[in-house]
Design a protein around this ligand. Structure first.
Ligand code: KG4
Ligand code: ZN
Length: 340
């Protein structure tokens, strides 16, 4: 089965082609330079860029897979959650080609894509076959922070999530306070390598061990109050220490709750995904945690499978197609707040 995936939920225009679970192509057209000057994603700019790019991006994905639309069996498209006006560009494009070429179409939940992104590829570029359930997943991006217990593919239980900002958003906003560019996560990672994580004392949000939810807005505010009266020169002199402190506070919070979730749910496999999962420090700390509980842990091997991509959307559709869970193109619509 050949699947064409389309993803436009935020600021990346993405298309991918899968042969069953194997990636034949995975094209990501990032809009980061369009949004950087505004310090975050501007929905109207994202929409316009998706409209300009969607057709060439899909064509490139097909070309790289050495296929044409007539070879495709299923079109997979992100239905939500995300920015409604961005999602609708990908969804309308997917529906139009599905109708024109009489292809089956499947609407996909973006978070389910991140959850399953770990089953896309192993080190040799082949699909990871060994799946043990229940699997406990930590998905951390600019828009989402969720601990999800995966009972089986298609059966998910959210057991913790952020009550305010996402972890990536907290990193991005803190970087902005330091006068650094957008997105802040990768810049903080680079600076933090030579900084001291205990330079600032930052709070541990929601310390109650019964609560598996996250809160990052207080952390960001505490960070703000510690540096708000500093002259710019003092901030500039201490960038590595500041970066290490905020990064450490965010990751310690992430892993503290995730460890509580491990103890509570006794999973057989751990998963890490989402844009923040590109961070080598977080990956290393996750490996240490997995070792402590003698559990296997999967994290996407390639950066482009951590961040938003259409290969993960097509993979979700692959599993849905096995169960004949196709969508009706006449009623398939954007669902900006799509629950998992
Ligand atoms: O998954 P993603 O591409 O898009 C969303 O769905 O949000 O994640 C983007 C987020 C941003 O907050 C960005 O700062 C963060 O992932 N990020 C990182 C790194 N690379 C991207 N955070 C920390 N370290 C990184 N290396
Ligand atoms: Zn995402």
């Amino acid at each position: 089965m050949y699947l064409l995936g389309i993803e436009t939920s935020c600021d990346d225009t993405c298309a991918a082609v899968l042969s069953n679970q194997k990636i034949l192509s995975n094209v990501i057209s990032s809009q980061v330079n369009l949004h950087a000057q505004w310090g975050g994603v501007v929905p109207d700019i994202a929409k316009r860029a998706h409209q300009q790019r969607i057709e060439p991006v899909v064509q490139t994905a097909l070309n790289r897979a050495k296929l044409s639309l007539k070879d495709i069996d299923v079109i997979a498209v992100t239905q939500g959650p995300g920015l409604a006006i961005a999602l609708s560009v990908g969804l309308n494009f997917a529906k139009s080609i599905a109708v024109e070429h009489q292809k089956k179409i499947i609407g996909v939940n973006h978070i389910e894509g991140h959850l399953l992104s770990n089953f896309l590829q192993n080190r040799r570029g082949l699909p990871l076959r060994s799946q043990s359930f229940p699997a406990l997943s930590l998905t951390v991006s600019g828009g989402h922070t969720k601990i999800v217990l995966i009972h089986h593919i298609g059966q998910y239980q959210i057991i913790g999530e952020t009550l305010d900002d996402a972890a990536g958003e907290a990193l991005d906003k803190s970087a902005k306070l330091m006068g650094l560019g957008y997105p802040g996560g990768p810049v903080l990672e680079r600076l933090a390598k030579t900084g001291h994580p205990d330079f600032l004392t930052l709070p541990s949000p929601l310390p109650d061990k019964k609560i598996l939810d996250y809160s990052f807005s207080g952390l960001k505010t505490a960070f703000y109050y510690q540096i708000k009266d500093w002259p710019k020169s003092k901030i500039a002199q201490n960038l590595p220490d500041l970066a290490a402190s905020i990064q450490n506070a965010v990751f310690s919070t992430l892993l503290r709750k995730f460890e509580l979730a491990i103890k509570k749910t006794q999973p057989k496999l751990l998963l890490l995904s989402g844009g923040v999962a590109s961070n080598l420090n977080l990956r290393q700390r996750m490996r240490v945690l997995a070792k402590k509980y003698s559990l296997p842990v999967y994290m996407p091997f390639k950066k482009e499978l951590n961040t938003d991509n259409a290969a993960m959307i097509a993979l979700v559709a692959f599993y849905k197609a096995q169960k004949q869970q196709f969508s009706d193109p006449d009623t398939l619509d954007v669902n900006a707040n799509f629950e998992l």
